[in-house]
Design a protein around this ligand. Structure first.
Ligand code: UT7
Length: 320
């Protein structure tokens, strides 16, 4: 039987309408644009309405991706949603998205790996498509992080935003699409980025808490390292990469990664200025931005690289 490859045939994204600027934040906590922008690269972020759920954002991103792919929802046989902010504790957000999209013949489930969630979910989907049991899939990274941000904590509330991004995948017989994926986790760093509560611990979701400097140090070593490994595994070189799509947490982390990898600035996607860190949403939103703005074209090579709580990290190389 011919080897199957997972091709990305559509991308989509959605950001809630409401925008919260650094100046708005300076009226809520003791902070300023002068502190936030140089340290993070963030100017503003999008915030979901109270009645706007992660599944709503995810559904809109998926519909955009389906439109680009020219695929009908009923053709989809797999839906994976990466999220840390599910609508409910259960059922999964993916099942709600399945209902919204009317993908009646799909199987749907969530993946939880915080900011690495999309890379994890895409890696899982790739394996399932390669098995030949699934032919067309939607993988979504979606978050309403604003609902677990402590809006009195200036050390975290300035960093995060809400949004969703999605890809439509298809199994094909030509060697294209996902060429390598690596996902990793190390619980030594379990406590440096976590919520203050959870269903089993406190019967509520808790709020984001973070040791920023520790997370920063890990990010600047793990993201470049795994990126290099994924490029090697794909059988190409870093100079072949046409588009670098890193997790959008902090522009200084991105700049450190591209310097280490020797990837030119103009090949690197940066969307965090207007979005903040949207966790599992960040890479697929940046990917959709790259595709729709002509920064990633058909047959070009792209590298995605992520890191997040757990500690988790990973990278994927694909030919678009
Ligand atoms: O997806 C993974 C998610 N997380 C990340 O990627 C975050 C990685 N870490 C970072 O990006 C950086 O560590 C931060 C941007 C979070 C913080 O930057 P930093 O240069 O490490 O600042 P710091 O935490 O060392 O704080 C420096 C000072 C402190 O004041 P003192 O103790 O020196 O008087 C903080 O209290 O800045 C203060 N500070 C603020 N001041 C104004 C912390 N947050 C703020 C704020 N506005 N929002």
């Amino acid at each position: 039987m011919a080897e199957i490859f997972t091709k990305i045939i559509g991308t989509g994204s959605y950001l809630p309408e409401k925008i919260l600027t650094n100046d708005d934040l300076s009226k809520m906590v003791d902070t300023s644009d002068e502190w936030i922008f140089p340290r993070t690269g963030i100017k503003e972020r999008h915030i979901a309405r109270e009645d706007e759920l992660t599944s709503d954002l995810a559904t809109k991103a998926a519909l955009n991706a389906l439109e680009m792919a020219n695929i009908k929802p009923e053709e989809i046989d797999l839906i994976i949603v990466a999220t840390t902010t599910p609508d409910l504790t259960f059922p999964s957000t993916a099942c709600r998205v399945q209902a919204n999209l009317k993908c009646s013949s799909a199987v749907a489930f969530d993946v939880q790996a915080v900011c690495s969630g999309f890379v994890y979910a895409l890696s899982v989907a790739d394996k399932m498509i390669k098995s030949s049991q699934y032919k067309k899939a939607i993988v979504i990274g979606a978050e309403t992080l604003s609902k677990i941000v402590d809006w009195t904590d200036r050390t975290t509330c300035v960093l995060f935003g809400d949004g969703a991004g999605a890809v439509v995948l298809e199994g094909v017989e030509e060697k294209t699409g996902i060429l390598s994926s690596i996902i990793k986790s190390d619980p030594t760093y379990y406590d440096i980025l976590k919520t203050t509560g959870g269903v089993s611990l406190s019967q509520n979701a808790g709020f984001i808490s973070m040791e920023g400097k520790e997370v920063f140090k890990l990010a600047v070593s793990k993201m470049p390292e795994v990126s290099k490994d994924a490029v090697e595994k794909a059988g190409i070189t870093l100079h072949d990469i046409d588009c670098f799509i890193p997790h959008q947490a902090n522009v200084r982390i991105i700049d450190a990664a591209l310097k280490y990898l020797d990837i030119p600035e103009e090949k690197t996607i940066k969307t965090l200025q207007n979005q903040g860190n949207t966790s599992a949403g960040s890479i697929p939103i940046a990917l959709d931005f790259a595709v729709r703005n002509g920064m990633l074209k058909k047959s070009q090579y792209a590298l995605m690289s992520a890191m997040g709580g757990g500690f988790t990290w990973g990278a994927i190389v694909f030919k678009f």
